[in-house]
Design a protein around this ligand. Structure first.
Ligand code: HEM
Length: 321
């Protein structure tokens, strides 16, 4: 089998550049995740996710990130395959060299991390792009049109549901229809039709208040399900309803199995990064005997900080801190 020929050094440098980008992303992702640990009803983490979901520079970054992730996997597989094809006949006497063990370990920890990412994407990223159902939230302000406010205010005053309130208006209009000038009647029909259109959203808001589903700062309506998200997308297309990642993460880590699976992935990540960090510098030719010790220490600090930072979230949420 023939693979396209690119100089092995070029391939290694590409892998290193792409790997360096992923190292920076992990630091960023881990730091942001620590907001989940704040007991602020998600104010910081939700604000962060909202920014991540709406800023176009971030959206572009996300596309680049996913491309880079795919490139990282393809390049490393390619590198491994070309190395194997370069020696089609196995040594008779198998040698247990350090390089052999490390690169085998990189392949296995890489596969584990990939499996983790498939699960992780199903739990979060695919919810964001709408492939998987989750829990959603929306800014209260975005729902408060004049019609919604009117229905909510008057139905509350009269102790009725929004649905019953608008039905009672429709009933009264029907009763007085033949006593009204045609023009006034038409305009009333139109006004009540507008109020009827606002019933689902007003109902959703009243329900959220009654069930205590507003965030502590009363900025967000939380705990919306997929059907409510669809209804909002249809009735208020630019309301920006989005996944409630703060709540979803905290929910996820109340499940012991999930905590264990995440911790296994973090051990694999620890082992992967232990080799990856110095190897990025080596492949880019940025190491020499003067700085090797320094790079090694930075690598150790980075790897521990990333692993402990990620692990803190499931562990502390699970034990209720
Ligand atoms: C406690 C651990 C973790 C939590 C709570 C967590 C949470 C999340 C959440 C909520 C998202 C969606 C955010 C958004 O798109 O706005 C996300 C996306 C993502 N996560 Fe994680 N994550 C964790 C660990 C990891 C690890 C260890 C990796 C890599 C090995 C990783 C890689 C990614 C990637 C590539 C994305 C998609 C890109 C993005 O949306 O930013 N995550 N994660």
């Amino acid at each position: 089998m023939q693979l396209p020929k690119i100089h092995s050094i070029t391939k290694k440098m590409l892998v290193a550049l792409v790997g360096g980008f992923l190292l920076l992303f992990l630091l960023f992702h881990m730091t942001a995740n620590l907001f989940i640990l704040r007991h602020d009803d998600g104010a910081w983490y939700s604000a962060f996710c909202h920014f991540m979901g709406t800023n176009w520079v971030v959206k572009l970054f996300e596309v680049v990130l996913l491309g880079v992730l795919a490139l990282h996997i393809l390049l490393t597989l390619w590198l491994a395959l070309t190395n194997r094809l370069a020696r089609p006949v196995r040594y008779k006497q198998r040698q247990r060299s350090e390089t052999h063990t490390t690169s085998k370990l990189m392949m296995w920890t890489g596969i584990l991390i990939f499996a983790f990412l498939v699960m992780h994407f199903c739990q979060f990223y695919f919810v964001k792009i709408g492939w998987v159902k989750g829990e959603y939230m929306v800014e209260v302000e975005k729902l408060q049109t004049d019609e919604v406010n009117t229905v909510q205010q008057f139905s509350m005053q009269q102790g009725m549901s929004p649905e019953d309130f608008v039905s009672s208006l429709e009933g009264q209009l029907a009763m007085y229809a033949d006593q009204m000038p045609a023009e006034e009647y038409e305009s009333m029909v139109q006004n009540i039709a507008n109020l009827r259109g606002a019933v689902p959203v007003a109902g959703l808001l009243s329900d959220a208040v009654a069930k205590g589903h507003l965030s502590e700062n009363r900025k967000w309506v939380r705990h919306l399900d997929y059907d409510q998200r669809q209804m909002l997308k249809k009735t208020v297309p630019d309301c920006g309803v989005e996944p409630d990642f703060y709540y979803m993460s905290r929910q996820l880590f109340h499940n012991a199995l999930m905590v264990i699976l995440y911790l296994i992935a973090f051990v694999a990540l620890f082992m992967h990064l232990t080799h990856a960090f110095p190897s990025v510098f080596q492949s880019l030719g940025l190491n020499n005997y003067k700085y090797n010790n320094f790079i090694e220490i930075c690598g150790k600090i980075y790897t521990w900080v990333i692993t402990l930072g990620f692990a803190a979230v499931p562990i502390l949420v699970y034990i209720g801190l």
